[in-house]
Design a protein around this ligand. Structure first.
Ligand code: NBP
Length: 476
């Protein structure tokens, strides 16, 4: 009896994905480089469904129904290449290899092109939601060919999270599109987390509120427009007390945020494509700053604050201002992330439906939120929307909170509270809505020192001024 699908790599993610597939009635072939892990899997979960275990990769491939579907869930990087190469040797044209690890999208493009030449479909597939998602329903972002999705789609959709009966899985686009979108998802996650952390810091420093009190504020926010998984867990974390010391848990955690790399990849790609994803960039750099210990030590010792004590007189008004500033900054961060997807879609010829991306992020993943419905609706209204912020719903939502946003950012600056993501999002908002930007001066400077030419506001063409001569203008 052959299996419908196989999973190789039975560490926590693969193991949970295999169990999820089995729960949905699929017969699942399982394999792991080290067989003891497979044995443990069978001992712990063998009764949960129909599994076909193999000790060798050859037997694993032989246990799959044609066209074969082999899901690779191993450590990203060299391990993934090793497994894909070995699988490709054993598979036949028409078979499908799915990489559900956290691959960097250029690697996925490379792997897809190499396997395509051998007639094998390679599907780089973003999976979000961690181990819990892998077991109970993740958000799934598969790339690859349309043909491969015809075989894979129903299976992946069956095991994905569902919101209002709609699966959180769709075909994203060719080759690296799935892993790219997963990368931007993680970048947005960085921005969202940083914004939440800044809101917490403002409430703490502005109101002198305790973490538990701030937890209650977040729990309240979670009943409105900000409703999301990240706000929900923030309320939980802030309410938690360290059992050992009796202190607020957040106060006993060292203030250094680590990163595994997807934020950095997102920012690097934003720079490559020239898309200003300032929210994600500031969030990534804020984590870097938190870990810059010698610099922080030197700064703490040498740099004065020159601030007065922060006196917030209207407690409820301030809380509402911070909520509005958080929402507006969040809209900016998402708008920028969706811009990046649009730019990549053109650059790499992926034809990604941005509304569908917001739809499949509504469940199963870390940035799941009520707000994503509004994004899907915006792209349904106008699929080629140039700027998410300019969709009427978001324009209204942000402009309603604009004064509050300015008060919060100004207050933070005056009182020495670092709010890189709040502040840069507001700067982006003011930049993108400006009639004229001082970029005109920069272009003039470039022409001055490097004869880089400029375009005029009053007629077509490019021009250069003879700065070191008589300052007359010539055509560029
Ligand atoms: P790990 O990333 O810890 O990888 C362990 C697995 O890789 C084991 O099955 C191991 O086999 C196998 N492996 C390695 Br390491 N090198 C190998 C090689 N050269 N050949 C064959 N197998 C090899 O597992 P994980 O934490 O389950 O994560 C799996 C993937 O999912 C990773 O890409 C990770 O980045 C991603 N991930 C995603 C999320 C998410 O939310 N989407 C969360 C966590 C992880 P062994 O047992 O023989 O050592």
């Amino acid at each position: 009896q052959l299996a419908d699908v196989g999973v190789t790599g039975l560490a926590v993610m693969g193991l949970n994905l295999a169990r999820n597939l089995a729960r949905h009635g699929h017969k699942v072939a399982v394999h792991n480089r080290t067989y003891t892990r497979t044995e443990k899997f069978l001992a712990d979960h063998g009764e949960e469904g129909t599994f076909v275990a193999s000790e060798s990769l050859e037997d694993f491939v032989a246990s799959l129904e044609r066209p074969r579907v082999a899901i690779v869930m191993v450590k990203a990087g060299m391990g993934t290449d090793a497994v894909i190469d070995a699988l490709a040797e054993l598979m036949e044209p028409g078979d499908i290899i799915v990489d559900t690890g956290n691959a960097h999208f250029p690697d996925t493009i490379r792997r897809e092109h190499a396997l395509r030449e051998r007639g094998i479909h390679f599907v780089g597939c973003g999976v979000s939601g961690g181990e819990e998602g892998a077991l109970n329903g993740p958000s799934i972002m598969p790339g690859g060919t349309v043909e491969s999705y015809e075989r894979l789609g129903p299976m992946l959709e069956s095991i994905s999270a569902h919101v209002d009966g709609v699966p959180c899985c769709t075909h994203v686009g060719p080759d690296g599109a799935g892993h790219f979108v997963k990368m931007v998802h993680n970048g947005i996650e960085y921005a969202d987390m940083q914004l939440i952390a800044e809101a917490y810091d403002l409430l703490r420093k502005g109101l002198g509120a305790t973490p538990a009190e701030i937890g209650e504020i977040f729990a309240e926010w979670n009943t409105g427009d900000l409703e999301s998984y990240l706000i929900e867990i923030t309320a939980d974390v802030l309410a938690h007390t360290d059992p050992e010391t009796g202190q607020a848990f957040v106060d006993i955690v060292q203030d250094q945020a680590e990163q595994k790399g997807t934020g950095r990849w997102t920012v690097q790609n934003g720079l490559d494509l020239g898309v200003p994803i300032t929210g994600i960039a500031e969030a990534t750099f804020a984590r870097s700053l938190s870990g810059s210990l010698p610099q922080r030590e030197a700064g703490r010792r040498a740099l004065p604050a020159k601030t007065a004590a922060w006196e917030v007189t209207d407690r409820e008004g301030f809380i509402d201002d911070v909520r509005r500033a958080l929402y507006a900054s969040k809209v900016v961060a998402y708008s920028q992330g969706f811009d990046q997807i649009a730019a990549a879609s053109v650059e790499y010829d992926w034809n990604i439906d941005r509304g569908a991306m917001a739809r499949i992020w509504r469940g199963g993943c870390i940035i799941r939120a009520r707000f994503l419905d509004r994004i899907t609706e915006a792209y349904e209204r106008e699929p080629d929307l140039a700027l998410l912020l300019a969709d009427p719903y978001f324009t209204d939502a942000v402009s309603d909170g604009l004064e509050a946003w300015r008060r919060v950012v100004a207050g933070a600056a005056q009182n020495g509270v670092p709010t890189p993501a709040f502040s840069s999002s507001l700067a982006y908002y003011d930049g993108v809505r400006s009639e004229r930007l001082p970029a005109a001066l920069i272009q003039a400077q470039r022409d001055f020192f490097g004869a880089h030419t400029y375009r005029r506001t009053d007629r077509e063409g490019s021009f250069h001024t003879l700065w070191s001569g008589d300052r007359s203008e010539i055509a560029g």
